[in-house]
Design a protein around this ligand. Structure first.
Ligand code: PLP
Length: 400
């Protein structure tokens, strides 16, 4: 069981086909990963925005090893110090309120949806306006909240209580408000929806609308949070604060963890019995998350992500000039999308053959999510491979 073909065969026989894996990975370090046949890849997926500090960062590895050998789990019947410290840290970096911990992005969004409903329940308000092309997870409530028909198809009846508006169109959000509306939920940069940043005018408008109508503004920061965009949280690119937001993916660097972070005004909505999670805020995931936060601070990775992100966008923009099939480079920090005319997954596949892992976001966007501590030399290597891949797909047509 050491060759990637053997592993794939076993996997396909016994693991449900919810995914279509394209390579086998057995080890990683920084932004490099290896397969069992000895091939090395530059990983610009970062496990889909999970390894913001790179694979196997020694500080995170040490924190997890120490914690698992000290107290692995203690349930939420008892206090654990890591959870308190992590909640303090996240709150101080953001809304100065309180946190609830769980195990994934979908679960964090479920918690945020429940919080909004409980908050609105006395007034009979429950409906949450979400955006077309959004992505909020794969549980029943979060697919109902997701503005993409393809994730909902076949799973009727879905929970009610969601209305959709057009992203970056404030009038459309205003038109969706009615007497049942309790909240507006938005990603500062839509990830799965195609690496699409929210306009400042839109975000500020949503905040004002929520203030005027007594609604909660909720941000899903599961993909764009934790420094990826060059700020701790994507909403910090705009002059506003949401009432609550969610984190997951990169929060604990691959140890499964989600969080709901709330402003003081809604921090005490949940009382004992309202919500819970057996593993949520477990000592191991908290130790990992605390280490991640320390690494980002110590290595000044927010600034680095912003600077390197700019360099990367500059490098990629050359391809917009060179190939008419490369339409646009967009994103924030190191959450970058290259919009192409044809199928993004074909470019992604060619990059993989060459030794660069990236992933599609929707049909036409090649999503590039290098770790925040990516080196200039890795960027150059990636740009070369992307250039070669584009040349292979679009080069000849250009000459003719
Ligand atoms: C990935 C993602 C989720 C779902 O997170 P899971 O951990 O897969 O449940 C939710 N929202 C956004 C914006 C995401 O990118």
């Amino acid at each position: 069981m050491s060759k990637s073909t053997d592993i794939a065969e076993l996997f396909n026989q016994y693991v449900m086909h919810t995914y279509a894996p394209t390579a086998t990975l057995t080890s990683g370090s920084g932004c490099k990963v290896r397969d069992p046949d000895g091939k090395t890849y530059l990983d610009f997926t970062s496990g889909i925005a999970v390894h913001n500090v790179g694979h196997c960062h020694p500080k995170v590895v040490k924190a997890v090893q120490d914690q698992v050998a000290t107290l692995g789990h203690c349930s939420n019947l008892f206090y654990n110090v890591g959870q308190a410290l992590l909640a303090q840290k996240l709150s101080k970096l953001s809304l100065n309120g309180k946190c609830f911990f769980c195990n994934s992005g979908a679960e964090a969004n479920e918690a945020m949806i429940k919080l909004a409903r409980l908050w609105g329940s006395a007034k009979g308000k429950y409906e949450i306006i979400t955006m077309q092309n959004s992505f909020h997870g794969r549980t029943l409530a979060t697919i109902a909240a997701t503005g993409q028909a393809k994730v909902q198809k076949g799973f009727d009846p879905l929970p009610i209580g969601f209305a959709f508006a057009e992203f970056n169109n404030l009038d459309s959000v205003k038109a969706a408000v009615n007497e049942r509306t309790v909240a507006v939920m938005v990603e500062a940069v839509q990830g799965e929806g195609g690496v699409m940043p929210a306009d400042e005018e839109f975000m500020v408008g949503v905040r004002k609308l929520c203030d005027d109508k007594g609604l909660l503004m909720l941000c899903d920061e599961v993909q764009c949070g934790m420094g990826r965009t060059g700020k701790w949280f994507g909403w910090q690119h705009y002059p506003l604060k949401p009432d609550a937001f969610t984190l997951a993916k990169s929060l604990a660097d691959g140890i499964p963890m989600g969080a709901l972070v709330a402003s003081p005004a809604v921090s005490d909505v949940f009382q004992p019995g309202h919500h819970a999670s057996t593993f949520g805020g477990n000592p191991i995931s908290c130790a990992a998350a605390l280490a991640v936060l320390e690494v980002i601070e110590e290595e000044a990775l927010l600034k680095h992500a912003e600077e390197v992100g700019k360099l990367f966008v500059e490098g990629l923009s050359v391809f917009v000039d060179k190939y008419k099939q490369v339409l646009e480079i967009r994103g924030k920090g190191l959450m970058i999308g290259m919009v192409v005319e044809g199928a993004a997954k074909e470019i992604v596949a060619t990059c993989q053959d060459m030794g660069l892992l990236c992933c599609p976001a929707g049909e036409h966007v090649v999503r590039l999510l290098p770790p925040m501590n990516v080196k200039d030399s890795d960027l150059e290597e990636a740009l070369e491979m992307i250039g070669d891949a584009l040349e292979q797909h679009y080069g000849e047509e250009e000459e003719s």
